[in-house]
Design a protein around this ligand. Structure first.
Ligand SMILES: [Zn+2]
Length: 1136
């Protein structure tokens, strides 16, 4: 650009000459020079020329040349050619034209040129360029240009099509102005435009004039930006016109832009309506304990939907996703980063008096137990413990293995929750917190089939209680399920079970399973039935339907479930094969949208029949009814309502989290009465997030009882035609989290069932209930070798709903030598938690993998147990899990935002977990690692968030000189190892930033207040992986469990002598040894998509975001082509 200044002078001279030229020939010459200059280079030359006053020069020239009469087209045509070329790049071109006064000149020229299409077309394009400035467009409207252009648009013709196209595009540009759109509505132009569009659509059979059709749709699109435009469109039967024309386009890819535009228009004009529920608030509410200092969530029971304004704004909506406040969200920006140095350093402090921490001593029995007298114990003395621990619940048939009694089991039955502050709570906790091993104490001999005893008094209800909204029934106490009438707990699909039992275990078996067979105590009496169950036990390690039943009976739920979901009862075997991600966006989404729009166009087609409603449990369908049957009243179940739309199509509505009107994401329900081989379409119509992995290859999961009883894979990914898009159901201000009025989203998928009359379960993700966890913990304890593994199952506290929150201790059993005991007591702590968000069942599967690995015989597990004591709280939010919530606890709050100041009454699990961590710190045993397992619904792979002072400062662009700051980079060790050894893990998705908005999360509080350097959130995808060994595959329970095991393997790296042991222990994970030097690279540049937690844009255009559809860049007009190819056709001017 050294010659630029020379050119600049030259260019300025040329432009000035042009501007002042009144002579046609010299103007023609200069225009030719300019055209050559601009044709040779890139757009940069045009911008340069604009900066030197090029636009003004051209506009002035037009004024000068139009003064010559008659108009000399030898100069006007090349001039307009340049005006279009330059004007398209100059945002202020219209404004300049207004100022210089060329709009009227152009208009006169246009009128003068009629009907010579050769001269008309350039004028039209120039007008279009002026109109790209909305203010100029409005001014042009006031002198009647839109009407003139509309009159130039004729019905289908093969003549003058270039002029028609230019007129149509010019009109659409003008209609971006709301003033012009309003006039257009008043003058009935919508109707006329629709007629024109329909005519061109029908008669342009060769699809030669797609740009004209597109431009007509753009006119309609801009008019329907305004409310009256939408109304006029509906009144003109626009829906029917656009739907039928779009459907007629079929799958012709040339017509894709036309169909896309038409679809956008139809979706924005679809009248907003309310969700077909009385109130969006959860069907259940939970009366919170009376505490003065709580910030009570909104009053339960209120907020009927009348507050849902369904009015729409004229303004285009730009709704940011404020829903997923998971970890770094997509609307997160650098402003959210903490830059206050005092808050960027761990600054341990206790949030309660030291004496209160003493109560957590009981949760570290390994530090106070005595082991010396172990060997002195006689067999006789240990008998009672033996019974207590071995027949812990009841005796299941089959060989029974008793553990060697250990002295440290002595206090099992005395376990209790920490002393609560509130005496009433304390009493409750006492009553509702029997140790798991306690309940079978009265059992008979261990080889008998032992009936389950109802042990002890019924727990009193928490001071809260559950009610069904909005009927206002008296508060109903939750009570111990099955305590009074356990025979009511039964499987819901008895017939199917019986018939399958017949085929699986023989007729004898089926005969014994009579119709009234309850799940529970009589089980074991039925030999053949139990054979089937025994087979099951062999197939699934750490699962046992007997134990599950018992655990489920003790689980307390808001609705007092009496039914078990078969998958949880029977267990899950992952498929043997990997499930690939679904193909992305095949472009057939419009078919689904069209079906939705069809409901409005032909309401008669729609059945609109409620077939399931949790609020009308008495809803009876006749025997002859052929519709599907739905059910969700079981643990972790979530389906509020099902509405049959067409014969094979259902709208489904999820329930909000208890005490909220939000968080519709988790679903889990039963379907029966299906026909095999028929595609059923399901629409979940009250999703909240603005995007979903369902748009990127994720499928829901389904469990077929038929398949399971045949011994085949259980939960598997299913569904085709999966799309996620914004729908026409409005969300109220509250349900939209204070955002502007916005809409719900639809998740649609199609399932073709394999078997008729099967019973199937559909879920958002592989369910993992609280009772499943309790079963798993029980069986783990039963099956491990107590000589090697010290395993303690204690109760952290009682939840609001009266369930026990377990805390597990795992380490190696000490020897009895003093030095062994000394080593035992000096082991460092590792603290792991999971499932604070109940909808994140993936986190539980990862935790399952961790627990099984830690008690296993794997040499790495042994080595870890020898060095560390693991404290694990596998489910921080049992009530949420049990009641099918997605994110909150019974208080209606996100527990992962309560860590700064947890309330003992409202957030007991968080309060006591923090208490336990504080206790560890108070005795100088701050954990080496803390990790909270989560699930992430909008990202692939598994990754971690940690906390780093320097990385936060770098990312925030802070001016603080980080070179002077010291930071231990040990926080990077684990993610680095996991990246090497775990196929699902991706280090480049990890972030180590401290955000202000996350300061009350476990990760940040444990790092800052407890002082744990390695404090993490580990996020597992719901979807699948896009890197590593599992690239292109969906994640399954096998991969999640593997992640849990690999996480433990990664911890081995922290062992000081990892290199030494590593050589002997690690064969498959040799990568552990290779990366030592890499840890030295100090400065790590954070992954570039730090502020984006969404997927990158899909290769296919995403038009579910229709309310926010962006202006498509108009194709640049090449007027040279237009002019050269100009026909001599006469332009027919509309008569109006
Ligand atoms: Zn989470």
């Amino acid at each position: 650009m050294t010659s630029a200044s020379g050119n600049a002078t030259g260019l300025e001279v040329v432009l000035s000459t042009l501007k002042n030229s009144h002579d046609v020939q010299s103007a023609v010459n200069i225009l030719q020079i300019l055209d050559e200059l601009l044709s040779a280079g890139t757009g940069k030359r045009i911008c340069y020329m604009i900066s030197k006053g090029g636009s003004e020069a051209l506009l002035h020239t037009l004024v000068n040349m139009t003064r010559i009469s008659p108009p000399n087209y030898d100069v006007i045509l090349p001039l307009m050619h340049l005006m279009v070329k330059v004007g398209q790049r100059d945002k202020k071109f219209g404004q300049k034209a207004q100022e210089i006064g060329t709009i009227n000149e152009t208009l006169s020229l246009l009128k003068h040129s009629l009907p010579h299409t050769k001269y008309v077309t350039p004028c039209l394009w120039v007008l279009k360029v002026y109109a790209s400035s909305v203010a100029t467009g409005a001014a042009m409207g006031k002198i009647g240009i839109p009407r003139l252009l509309l009159n130039l648009i004729s019905p289908y013709t093969t003549r003058s099509t270039r002029a028609i196209r230019a007129a149509t595009e010019g009109l659409s540009a003008l209609l971006k102005s709301k003033w012009n759109s309003r006039r257009a509505v008043e003058n009935g132009h919508i109707h006329r435009l629709l007629k024109l569009y329909q005519d061109w659509h029908q008669r342009d059979t060769q699809n030669k004039y797609i740009p004209i059709r597109k431009a007509l749709l753009n006119c309609i699109k801009y008019i329907t930006n305004i409310q009256t435009g939408k109304k006029a469109f509906l009144e003109a039967d626009g829906m029917r016109v656009l739907l039928s024309t779009s459907r007629a386009c079929g799958s012709n890819t040339d017509l894709h832009p036309v169909v896309k535009l038409a679809t956008q228009i139809m979706r924005r004009c679809y009248p907003k309506s309310q969700l077909p529920v009385l109130t969006v608030r959860s069907c259940y509410s939970f009366a919170l304990p009376n505490v003065a200092d709580q910030q009570a969530p909104e009053h339960p029971g209120k907020s009927p939907q009348e507050g849902v304004a369904v009015k729409e704004d004229d303004e285009e909506q730009d709704d940011e996703d404020g829903i997923e406040n998971e970890e770094p969200g997509c609307n997160e920006d650098d402003d959210d980063l903490e830059t206050d140095l005092t808050r960027l350093r761990p600054n341990p402090e206790f949030d309660r008096p030291a004496e209160e921490l003493k109560e957590y001593e009981r949760l570290c029995p390994e530090l106070v137990d005595y082991f010396e007298d172990l060997d002195a114990m006689s067999d006789d003395q240990s008998d009672s413990q033996d019974v207590a621990s071995c027949s812990a619940l009841f005796s299941a048939p089959g060989p029974h293995r008793c553990k060697k009694p250990r002295k440290w089991r002595k206090d099992l039955a005395e376990e209790n929750s920490p002393k609560a502050h509130n005496p009433a709570r304390s009493r409750r906790a006492h009553q509702t917190s029997p140790a798991p091993s306690d309940s079978g104490r009265e059992s008979g001999s261990k080889n008998d089939c032992t009936p389950i005893q109802d042990s002890g008094p019924h727990p009193v209800a928490p001071s809260g209680g559950c009610t069904l909204n909005p009927t206002g029934q008296p508060v109903k106490d939750m009570h111990l399920k099955g305590s009074a009438d356990s025979s009511k707990v039964r499987l819901h699909f008895q017939d199917l079970y019986n018939s399958k039992a017949q085929s699986v275990a023989g007729e004898e078996c089926a005969r014994s399973l009579d119709q009234s067979w309850p799940i529970g105590r009589e089980h074991a009496l039925q030999d053949t039935g139990s054979k089937l169950l025994e087979m099951r036990k062999e197939m699934i390690p750490f699962h046992d339907p007997y134990v599950y039943t018992h655990m489920a009976e003790k689980t307390k739920s808001a609705t007092d479930y009496k039914t078990l979901a078969f998958p949880d009862y029977w267990g899950h075997v992952p498929p043997l094969y990997h499930e690939p991600l679904m193909g992305q966006w095949c472009g057939n989404q419009s078919d689904k949208i069209f079906e939705d729009i069809q409901r409005l166009v032909n309401p008669g087609d729609v059945l609109d029949r409620v077939v399931f409603d949790t609020e009308s449990p008495s809803l009876v369908t006749s025997e002859a009814d052929v519709s599907l049957k739905f059910y969700s009243n079981f643990e972790s179940g979530n389906l509020r309502k099902a509405i049959q739309i067409r014969k094979y199509e259902y709208d489904l509505i999820m329930n909000a989290d208890i005490n909220t009107d939000l968080q519709h994401q988790w679903f889990y329900f039963e379907i029966s009465s299906m026909k095999a081989g028929v595609p059923y379409r399901f629409n979940i119509i009250n999703c909240e997030k603005t995007n979903s992995q369902f748009n990127y290859g994720m499928q829901p999961v389904m469990y077929s009882v038929h398949e399971a009883l045949c011994g085949r894979a259980c939960w598997a990914r299913v569904g085709s035609d999966i799309y996620y898009y914004k729908n026409h159901y409005g969300r109220s201000g509250a349900a939209a989290r204070g955002q502007k009025e916005t809409s719900y989203y639809t998740l649609t998928f199609t399932i073709t069932f394999l078997h008729s009359k099967d019973v199937c379960y559909l879920a958002y993700h592989y369910p993992y209930t609280y009772s499943t966890l309790m079963t798993h913990l029980h069986l783990l304890e039963e099956l491990l070798n107590p000589d090697q593994v010290y395993f303690r199952h204690q109760i952290l506290c009682s939840t609001l709903g009266g369930n026990n929150c377990p805390v597990i201790t795992i380490t190696a059993s000490p020897g009895s030598q003093p030095e062994q005991l000394h080593q035992f007591w000096n082991r460092q702590y590792m603290v792991l938690t999971a499932r604070v968000h109940p909808g994140e069942s993936n986190a539980s599967w990862v935790m399952k993998g961790t627990l099984e690995f830690l008690v296993s015989n794997d040499p790495i597990a042994r080595s870890l147990r020898d060095s560390y004591i693991f404290k694990i709280i596998p489910m921080l939010n049992p009530d949420g899990v049990i009641n099918g919530c997605h994110r909150c606890s019974l208080s209606g709050e996100d527990l992962n935002r309560q860590w700064s100041e947890p309330s003992p009454d409202l957030h007991p699990t968080i309060y006591h977990t923090k208490g336990l961590l504080s206790y560890m710190r108070s005795i100088d045993r701050t954990p080496l690692v803390y990790c909270d397992y989560h699930g992430h619904s909008r990202k692939k792979n598994v990754f971690m968030y940690g906390c780093s002072l320097k990385e936060t400062l770098w990312q925030s662009g802070s001016s603080i000189d980080t070179a002077t700051l010291n930071e231990d980079i040990g926080y990077r060790t684990i993610p680095k190892v996991l990246d090497k050894i775990s196929p699902a893990f991706a280090i480049n998705r990890c972030l180590f930033l401290v955000q202000k908005s996350r300061e009350a999360t476990a990760r940040v509080v444990v790092w800052r207040e407890i002082g744990v350097l390695r404090s993490y959130t580990m996020e597992s995808t719901y979807c699948g992986c896009d890197q590593g060994k599992y690239n292109g595959l969906q994640i399954g329970t096998r991969e999640l469990e593997e992640m849990g095991a690999k996480f433990c393997t990664g911890l081995l790296k922290l062992k000081k002598d990892a290199l030494l042991c590593g050589k002997q222990l690690i064969s498959q994970d040799t990568a552990l040894l290779d990366f030592e030097h890499e840890l030295q690279n100090v400065r790590y540049i954070s992954h570039s998509d730090v502020s984006v937690d969404d997927e990158p844009p899909c290769p296919e255009e995403i038009d579910y975001y229709t309310d926010n559809c962006t202006e498509e860049d108009d194709d640049p007009i090449d007027l040279a082509t237009e002019l050269n190819a100009s026909s001599e056709d006469e332009l027919e001017v509309g008569k109006k």
